[in-house]
Design a protein around this ligand. Structure first.
Ligand code: ADE
Length: 258
């Protein structure tokens, strides 16, 4: 594996302490330790001039809530840029939806600055002047951009070669093939024990067979079937090979749903 830093994230946020969630645990925490990515945190409050360290004000035209002032945000973004901040992305429900393709695009960048809004949002002039791109993580409203920024960082960091234990894992995951994952099982072989259990207690026998080609086909069939049942939009966006079409038809026949 090539050594060295792969991606530098910068985050402009009023709540830098929240980012311990990605710097201190799990895959992203370990990848940070091994130097695969870095994180610069910039608090707009540190770029205010008044005694109250004001970062928000009421919206012109009235309405509920407060907006983030443009000035401290711009100064924080300047500081991030001077540290090599790269492309500026504002997390907001108004953005384009983050998906696997976008995650892979970000994973190929050297530096990304994520701007987190709080309150009812930020002054539009700051967005026009400084933001390259607006991204949303889904059609619901969070209390701020931080959790969306952490979701983005987590999804991107796991795509950096070496971030996951087995090099294969990131390739075999959901969405890489444009499909949902197949069901997975681990020990024990029968769980729960006892009659009258609603959930299938026995691990599918093909997985115990040691026959790699049969296992591969079973997994692909399950992945196709689940995607067809749960996310038909993903199947519609993807070409199926002849083999895949046959497997999906088998699944449909067996499920009696086609
Ligand atoms: N900030 C608030 N809600 C958000 C969302 N759904 N995605 C990204 N940023 C947000």
């Amino acid at each position: 594996m090539a050594g060295g830093l792969v991606i530098r994230f910068h985050v402009v946020t009023l709540f830098p302490e929240m980012f311990a969630a990605v710097t201190h645990s799990g895959i992203s925490g370990r990848a940070l330790e091994t130097g695969l990515w870095s994180l610069g945190l910039w608090n707009p409050r540190d770029f205010t001039k008044d005694n109250y360290r004001t970062v928000d004000d009421r919206p012109y035209g009235g309405g509920p809530g407060m907006l983030m002032l443009a000035e401290p945000l711009e100064k924080a973004l300047d500081a991030a840029r001077e540290a090599g901040g790269g492309r500026v992305i504002y997390l907001s429900p108004q953005g384009k939806r983050l998906d696997h393709e976008k995650v892979m695009e970000l994973a190929g960048r050297e530096a990304v600055t994520l701007l987190c809004g709080r309150y009812e949002g930020v002054d539009e002039r700051l967005i026009r002047r400084r933001v390259d791109e607006e991204l949303s993580i889904g059609d619901y409203v969070l209390s701020g951009g931080e959790i969306a920024a952490m979701a983005t960082i987590d999804a991107v960091v796991r795509q950096i070669p070496g971030a996951l234990g087995g090099e294969q894992s990131a390739i075999e995951e959901s969405f890489v093939q444009g499909l949902l994952d197949c069901p997975q099982y681990t020990r024990p072989e029968i769980w729960p024990e006892g009659a009258g259990e609603k959930v299938t207690a026995q691990v599918p026998s093909v997985l115990m067979s040691g026959h790699h080609e049969n296992i591969r086909r079973w997994r692909l069939k399950q992945a196709l079937g689940r995607t067809w049942q749960r996310r038909p939009d993903l199947l519609a966006a993807r070409k199926l090979s002849e083999d895949e079409r046959t497997l999906l038809e088998e699944f449909q026949r067996e499920s009696g749903e086609s």
